[in-house]
Design a binder for this molecule. Structure first.
Ligand SMILES: *Cc1c(COP(=O)(O)O)cnc(C)c1O
Length: 414
């Protein structure tokens, strides 16, 4: 056995990592990494690979990119909280935040590329035009890890990196996001290619969990409560799993942080299911959820890992979590509050998280002395443009959604 095993969250099967997304018995539950190292002992380097022992990788990359945990005196005063901590992943040099793609998706990208390299250098396939594409493109440029990105044609031009790289192949797909996903699914089946896997990819989850680990290193404890805006909810699952590992260390007590997750109205399917006390999501949870009306559009995931074993429902149940539905007006007013306190434009999703904290304070859901970790999941795209010349990634081809596999293969030289 290696430095970690995989454990099926449905049946408890334990097995070695062969880059599986589900258990050998065919159970549907998420797999979770179980690390041989039980002690929390970050290494002396900068960057997220200081948490190497609790990442599902055998190799690492040198990088400064890492969530940064700090106290914002102004924000604490504004909210009347005495023990508030911010975890920020983004570009904000004054606070030593140097994640160039400006969101915590970058924490998912690094260990995913390392895991792909461990698996023999396969090419990663994904469909996205937003923060996921930006993070996986930037980290590809920095590490040379190969990726193929399917981008809906209307989103071409939104994808930028700090340095051009041969390792990135973008393909524009005529149609919407669903069409891009369908093409990505086909390419991921080619020899030498693998899907990035979303929430089922343990490298993505444990990479996201590094904000909780950075909190533990900085504050020396587990927080009482954790605030994050979610689309898939994977960050919530990750915060729970990282907390379980910290509890397993023995030096951090045995209390899980209470998860305070939030979504952005009018698209709030998980919040509705949770607040109705249901494990299953039903079509009504999506009713009226016009995604074009959502300020933080990165939060509009249509198939979140909510009911699955080891997923969002289980994470929320374990800690008695709360789920709030935040309006665009609340998010924009939180954004203003943040800008008055800290000088880096937050990602709209981070503003949703702050808005949920503002609301929780107003409703008396958190007390003045409670230890709070606010996960500001993205910030600084305005700042990064000042400091770097960003280059646009232009698509290698523009395809119809029903393009033949042969055409795809010839574009990809396989
Ligand atoms: C993706 C994303 C989120 C939501 O992440 P989950 O996968 O739902 O945990 C929140 N904020 C930003 C900036 C994101 O890019």
């Amino acid at each position: 056995m290696g430095e970690y095993d995989l454990v099926c969250q449905t049946g408890g099967e334990v097995f070695e990592d062969g880059y599986d997304f589900s258990c050998p018995s065919g159970h549907k539950g998420l797999l979770r990494a179980r690390y041989r190292e039980k002690r929390f002992a970050p290494r002396g380097c900068a960057g997220l690979f200081k948490f190497y022992d609790w990442l599902p990788v055998r190799s690492s990359y040198e990088t400064e990119s890492c969530p940064v945990v700090f106290r914002s005196e102004r924000l604490s005063k504004e909210l009347g909280l005495r023990d508030l901590w911010v975890g920020l992943t983004g570009y904000y040099p004054e606070r030593n935040c140097k994640s160039i793609s400006c969101s915590f998706k970058e924490m998912e990208a690094y260990p995913t590329y390392a895991r792909f390299r461990d698996m023999g250098g396969k090419t990663l396939v994904l469909a996205s035009a937003g923060n996921t594409a930006r993070a996986f493109a930037q980290v590809s440029a920095e590490t040379g890890g190969r990726c193929v990105m399917m981008v809906p044609e209307s989103s071409v031009g939104r994808l930028t990196v700090t340095e051009p790289s041969d390792s990135i192949t973008a393909i524009a797909v005529k149609g919407d996001y669903a069409d891009a996903i369908a093409v990505a699914d086909r390419v991921a089946g080619f020899d030498g290619f693998l899907p990035e896997g979303g929430a089922r990819n343990i490298a993505r989850r444990d990479g996201m969990g590094t904000v909780m680990l950075q909190f533990a290193q900085t504050a020396g404890r587990i927080p009482d409560s954790y605030f994050q805006a979610v689309g898939s909810g994977t960050g919530g699952i990750s915060a729970w799993e990282a907390s379980l590992r910290l509890i397993g260390d023995g030096g951090f007590g045995d209390r899980l942080p209470r998860l305070h997750l939030s979504q952005n109205l009018p698209f709030v399917p998980m919040a509705r299911a949770w607040n109705a006390g249901r494990r299953e999501m039903v079509p009504e949870d999506y009713a009226g959820g016009d995604v074009s009306q959502v300020y933080a559009d990165v939060l509009t995931n249509r198939r979140p890992p909510y009911a699955v074993d080891g997923g969002v429902f289980d994470a929320m149940s374990a800690c008695g979590g709360s789920f709030s539905e935040i309006t665009n007006a609340e998010a924009k007013s939180a954004e203003k509050m943040w800008l008055q306190c800290e000088n880096a434009l937050p990602d709209p999703a981070a503003s949703v998280a702050l808005a949920s904290l503002v609301r929780a304070v107003g409703e008396g859901l958190v007390s003045e002395g409670e230890c709070v970790l606010l996960n500001m999941t993205g910030a600084g795209r305005d700042r990064v443009r000042e400091d770097y010349d960003m280059v646009e990634i232009s698509p290698k081809a523009v395809l119809e959604p029903d393009a033949a596999d042969d055409e795809l293969r010839s574009i990809l030289d396989v």
